[in-house]
Design a protein around this ligand. Sequence first.
Ligand code: FES
Length: 78
Amino acid sequence: MSDQPIAADDKPMAMALQAGKEYYWCACGKSGGQPFCDGSHRDTSITPLPFKAKGGEAHICMCRKTNNPPYCDGSHAQ
Ligand code: FES
């Protein structure tokens, strides 16, 4: 059982999000439907992060090192 998130990629994913829609960011990094939760965290103590999108293009963290989840804060480059 791993409780450490893994990187799904070493750069953020740019994508258009629907304003007001609730999404579940994959916090564990194991989802097959990145960057969103698909239930693959079930063998960890990690749970997805629900968030409401503001709309427009967002850069979603894929390295799981961000201090501003689910959004990229540049931590992947450090
Ligand atoms: S699959 Fe990663 S948090 Fe659910």
